[in-house]
Design a protein around this ligand. Structure first.
Ligand code: C2E
Ligand code: CA
Ligand code: CA
Length: 562
């Protein structure tokens, strides 16, 4: 196995301190092939150089007898300096006694004059540096075999080393990710994929040489760079894209970049990496943006989200979560009639006030908490239907939202059946809305779950139809009972002919499938009339009512009873 130093490919800096030029030359020549060598003629000069901290010195080779400030004095100063004491020192001497004194003073090793064989000197330097570098650093696998960049573990350790020696410098953490990298592999083959990765690594190494950047690759297609602040990242991105265009023109690579500028030194290196990645992941799939910066807004948002995650259990226990109901009306008769309702969650947070589901549903969908929340809503809604039924002798079917994650819950059927039983409901009284995008996820599994639920008698509404990616083909294989046209269609309907045609198209698709259409987000009488003329069956929207708490919803029931 090659040694750590050779293997890492990193050129470390060594300071040679000797008043005799010939000695400086001999050692310089010997070491310069493997190291960046710097020279000082006496202890004072050496100290000036070290204090400037232009480089991280991995080793000092120190002569003991020198004018102005000798090696002993310098050793003493170094020993008493918190930062400088970590740089190992090898003393160069011809006096046996001095060796003992210098080792006592904290030197790591010694070289005797006249000099030993060159290999011996090199080996000693290397060994001392190796000993000094953090053990964790040495243990971590250093290099990514494919690109020659560091591994993430090593990169993180290395950042820590850099900070230890030069903590004041402002630095940025950059991450680059390839959009749909797996597609490049699948479409053009792994070799081409590798070529793309290698090309990015090569360009990065060149680009960040001037700003003393270090880089790593991880999770196949994430590249991180830690470098001095002040890079124009738009230019970096352009250079990368140009370079890729030259070396792998047919791959059409798209990149995303996340930058955490001027990293907060009170946090850990791992946090910097996370922040850059958070910024980068935020623009996934957003074709209008290629670079995102982590800033305070990001920070505030993630803090807010963290709070919501922490508070969800308490919210359930304290009934801070309230289920609102929005009526759905059949409109094809003379006067619109109350047909059913949709259950929509609200969070009345003791500190943050009323929070809209738009703030927490996507968050909980991304971390799995949605299952807990949905089950809470189902239970509340089922019990509410039962209450209304008892109180008004009238059945108001309520639809609840079923997230894509709920689909994979093995006891889903039992859960719903249990709710019907405990509240004395028929299966057609609790309807299930499943968002269209869930259909694209795993069509086979979804079909299976839906078929089972329908065989139990449940009605399935496909929510947000037209916003996702379901193919017409899929519509014919997955059984549904109603189609909820996405709000966007209604919003645009009156803009131009084309948009109106789209609404008509959705209505035609539903006719073809023999299912009714529910138009969501209807706010005006005009919209209602246009939809009615075109045969839309059911309407939900502010025109009739916003979602309201159950007490308020009773007015619609009373009205309906006449
Ligand atoms: P959704 O299921 O598509 O629900 C319809 C949303 O449109 C509701 O927003 C409703 O208040 C709003 N809306 C209804 N009529 C109008 C209108 O005329 N104009 C406008 N501008 N908006 C209208 P809400 O309650 O904020 O819910 C947003 C989304 O959050 C829902 O979209 C649904 O995806 C999700 N959500 C709400 N409650 C739950 C729940 O209990 N479980 C799950 N999994 N998701 C929920
Ligand atoms: Ca819905
Ligand atoms: Ca919807």
């Amino acid at each position: 196995m090659q040694s750590y130093i050779e293997n890492s490919g990193l050129r470390r800096h060594i300071l040679i301190v000797d008043d005799e030029m010939i000695n400086r030359e001999i050692l310089g020549n010997l070491l310069q092939e493997n190291y960046e060598v710097h020279f000082a003629e006496n202890g004072k000069q050496a100290l000036d150089i070290l204090i400037k901290r232009e480089h991280i010195y991995s080793l000092i080779l120190l002569d003991l007898l020198m004018p102005v400030m000798d090696g002993f004095e310098l050793l003493d100063i170094l020993k008493n300096d918190d930062k400088l004491r970590t740089i190992p020192v090898i003393v160069m001497t011809s006096e046996k006694d001095a060796e003992v004194t210098s080792i006592k003073l904290g030197a790591a090793d010694f070289i005797t004059k006249p000099y030993d064989m060159p290999e011996v000197i090199l080996a000693r330097c290397e060994r001392i540096i190796e000993l000094q570098e953090d053990k964790s650093l040495i243990r971590a696998a250093e290099k990514d075999h494919l690109t020659g960049l560091y591994t993430k573990d090593f990169f993180t350790e290395y950042i820590k080393q850099i900070e230890k020696y030069n903590p004041k410098k402002s630095r940025d953490l950059l991450v680059i990710n390839i959009e749909h990298f797996h597609l490049i592999n699948e479409l053009y083959g792994r070799k081409q994929g590798d070529k793309v990765l290698i090309c990015i690594a090569d360009i990065l190494q060149k680009l960040f040489d001037d700003t003393h950047g270090i880089g790593c690759r991880t999770e196949a297609d994430y590249f991180y760079v830690y470098s001095e602040n002040g890079t124009d990242y738009d230019k970096t991105l352009m250079s990368l894209l140009d370079g890729l265009d030259d070396s792998v023109p047919d791959a059409h690579v798209r990149l995303r970049m996340g930058v955490y500028p001027d990293v907060d030194k009170s946090l850990m290196a791992e946090n910097w990496i996370d922040r850059a990645k958070t910024a980068c992941d935020r623009i996934r799939g957003d074709y209008s943006r290629h670079i995102a910066y982590y800033n305070n807004e990001f920070y505030e948002k993630s803090k807010y989200q963290e709070k919501l995650i922490n508070d969800i259990d308490r919210a359930i226990a304290n009934n801070d979560l309230i289920v609102y109901y929005q009526p759905k009306y059949s409109i094809q008769c003379d006067t619109p009639t109350l047909r059913s309702a949709e259950a929509l969650i609200r969070w009345n947070h003791p500190e943050l006030g009323m929070i809209s589901p738009g703030d927490f549903i996507p968050l909980f969908e991304s971390n799995g908490l949605i299952q807990k929340l949905d089950r809470y809503v189902w239970k509340e809604a089922a019990s509410q239907i039962g209450k209304w039924k008892k109180e008004y002798g009238m059945s108001i079917p309520v639809s609840v939202n079923v997230s894509r994650m709920d689909i994979y819950y093995p006891k889903l059927r039992d859960e719903f059946k249990g709710l019907l039983e405990s509240n004395g409901l028929e299966t057609n009284e609790l309807m299930l809305e499943i968002t269209e995008s869930a259909y694209a996820d795993n069509a086979d599994q979804l079909t299976n779950v839906i078929e089972n639920l329908r065989s139990d008698g449940f009605m399935i509404e496909m929510d947000d139809f037209g916003s996702g990616y379901s193919s017409l083909n899929m519509l014919t294989t997955i059984p549904i009972d109603a189609l909820k046209m996405d709000m966007k269609f209604i919003r645009n309907m009156q803009k131009d002919d084309k948009s109106m045609k789209l609404v008509e198209l959705v209505l035609d698709i539903a006719k073809f499938l023999h299912v009714p259409v529910i138009a969501e987000g209807v706010e005006t009488e005009e919209q209602l009339m246009l939809l009615k003329e075109r045969g839309c069956d059911i309407i939900q929207g502010y025109y009739f009512s916003k979602p309201v708490p159950p007490e308020e919803f009773t007015q619609f029931i009373i009205q309906a009873k006449g």
